[in-house]
Design a protein around this ligand. Structure first.
Ligand SMILES: Cc1cc2nc3c(=O)[nH]c(=O)nc-3n(C[C@H](O)[C@H](O)[C@H](O)COP(=O)(O)OP(=O)(O)OC[C@H]3O[C@@H](n4cnc5c(N)ncnc54)[C@H](O)[C@@H]3O)c2cc1C
Length: 427
């Protein structure tokens, strides 16, 4: 890629996926880059660490990409990590109803026409083809409509498809989630057929896939990365940001330098005057369970995609990596306030039922509560997403919560980082 930097330096603050994507794009364009991160490690809400209690590497929470997440997948290719996600041959999401024991697969058709909904063997148990066609109401939803405003809010399709899909895609319950945003997800994935829905998960860990290769690429191209650096203030002058202050350390900028603030919305508002951001967030709770020694699950998960969607219990998804079962509860407003020991018991109950293990066992469990996992993707909150461009020519915003048009996910984080760089490279 041709260099468009002149003598300008890029300062990227926040080493989550948005900041990493921005820093990688800057170095690819030939800019010298400095990346600052408040924490001791990069990755933000998409990170891994060695957990001493479990004595295993775990992720903060289960993450999944779909093939439709084209920006995220090309970010992985650019950092040389395209092969670090599972690439299943078939698109099939296995589900289990923990109450009834019924199991099924959601397996979209190859092309854009959803033939699978007309095949009773491929439909979700208890549903009829006509139920699915109601999805078209999402396409015509007014801006303020929630998913629940558009669909029938009871029955098997609601419980076994719309609720799991909405909380997985938007981390917001369908009774308050934006119908338009869910339609975008359906349009970009299910409505395009199996190839666009193919699910990808990190083979080993989130950091090994999304973070470490990006840091290695930055180091390789002369980028500087500083951890333990919390940005405390921005100094503004007529032409834009004139200096960055990290506690005692003040970094004066050259007139042509560029700054990307890739921070969570609450941190960004403290630093940028007059910024409107989505304020409401929703939690995700994850349980990481080290299966009892010698336990052999009766239910086998396919090695190329060892995941299982759950309904009728407390958890939404179970991911199995070696001997660790990781369960996710999205839109977990109620559960997040429960004590970790209580949550651990409920998660083991679901795991034992799902995998066919002894419910009386009491395995070692780590509960991770991400209280501000994503913004609440309600019509009201989405209106408050700001663009990446600011009124200062050398300052841009990034983060999954900025206005990318996409749900607050890795895809949105990457897109926001690229959009921030594009604005600054132009100015
Ligand atoms: C449990 C969980 C499950 C998820 N599942 C999925 C999924 O399946 N698929 C998917 O696509 N997405 C998923 N997401 C969402 C995804 O993780 C986020 O969209 C993405 O990681 C957000 O990246 P970001 O860079 O915008 O923000 P962040 O990751 O929040 O990055 C912001 C960074 O800024 C740093 N920072 C904050 N203040 C300062 C400061 N003053 N100075 C310097 N640094 C600062 C923070 O430490 C952090 O590293 C999930 C999120 C969670 C929590």
């Amino acid at each position: 890629m041709a260099s468009d930097r002149g003598s300008r330096r890029a300062h990227v603050v926040g080493a989550g996926i948005a900041g990493l994507a921005a820093a990688v794009d800057f170095v690819r364009r030939g800019w010298p880059v400095t990346l600052y991160e408040a924490a001791a490690q990069a990755g933000g809400r998409c990170r891994s660490y060695h957990d001493a209690k479990l004595d295993r590497w775990i992720d903060n929470g289960n993450h999944m990409l779909l093939a439709a997440n084209t920006a995220a997948l090309s970010y992985l290719d650019q950092i040389g990590a395209g092969d670090r996600v599972t690439r299943p041959q078939r698109t099939a999401f296995p589900f289990l109803d923990l109450k009834t024991g019924e199991a099924w697969q959601v397996e979209p058709s190859r092309g854009a026409l959803p033939w699978w909904i007309f095949d009773s063997r491929r439909r979700i148990p208890g549903t009829a083809a006509g139920d699915y066609l109601a999805a078209l109401r999402l396409a015509r939803a007014p801006r303020d409509a929630t998913v629940a405003d558009c669909l029938r809010t009871h029955g098997p399709l609601w419980e076994r498809f719309w609720v799991p899909l909405t909380v997985a895609a938007l981390n917001t319950h369908p009774r308050e989630a934006s119908a338009r945003l869910l339609w975008l997800v359906v349009r970009e994935s299910f409505a395009k057929g199996a190839a666009a829905c193919r699910p990808y998960v990190a083979r080993h860990s989130l950091s090994d896939t999304f973070v470490d290769p990006a840091l290695a690429m930055l180091a390789d191209r002369g980028g500087e990365v500083h951890f333990g650096q919390r940005l405390r203030a921005l100094e503004f002058a007529d032409a834009g940001v004139a200096a960055l202050t990290f506690g005692e350390r003040r970094i004066a900028l050259d007139a042509a330098d560029a700054v990307v603030l890739a921070l969570p919305p609450g941190n960004a508002t403290e630093l940028v005057p007059g910024l409107t951001v989505p304020e409401d967030s929703r939690p995700i709770v994850n349980a990481h369970i080290r299966l009892p020694e010698g336990a052999v699950p009766k239910r086998r998960l396919p090695p190329e995609l060892p995941i299982l969607g759950l309904v009728g219990g407390a958890a939404d998804w179970l991911f199995l990596r070696d001997d660790v079962a990781s369960l996710t509860v999205s839109a977990a407003e109620t559960l997040a306030d429960d004590p970790a020991e209580e949550i651990a018991k409920r998660m083991w109950r679901d795991t034992a039922r799902a995998l066919g293990l002894d419910p009386a066992a009491a395995p070692i469990t780590r509960i991770i509560k991400e209280r501000r996992a994503t913004l609440a993707q309600t019509p009201d909150a989405l209106r408050r997403r700001p663009p990446q461009q600011t009124r200062w020519p050398n300052l841009a915003l990034a983060g999954d919560w900025t206005d990318t048009g996409y749900p607050a996910t890795i895809e949105s984080a990457v897109r926001s980082g690229l959009a921030a760089v594009k604005t600054l490279a132009k100015s």
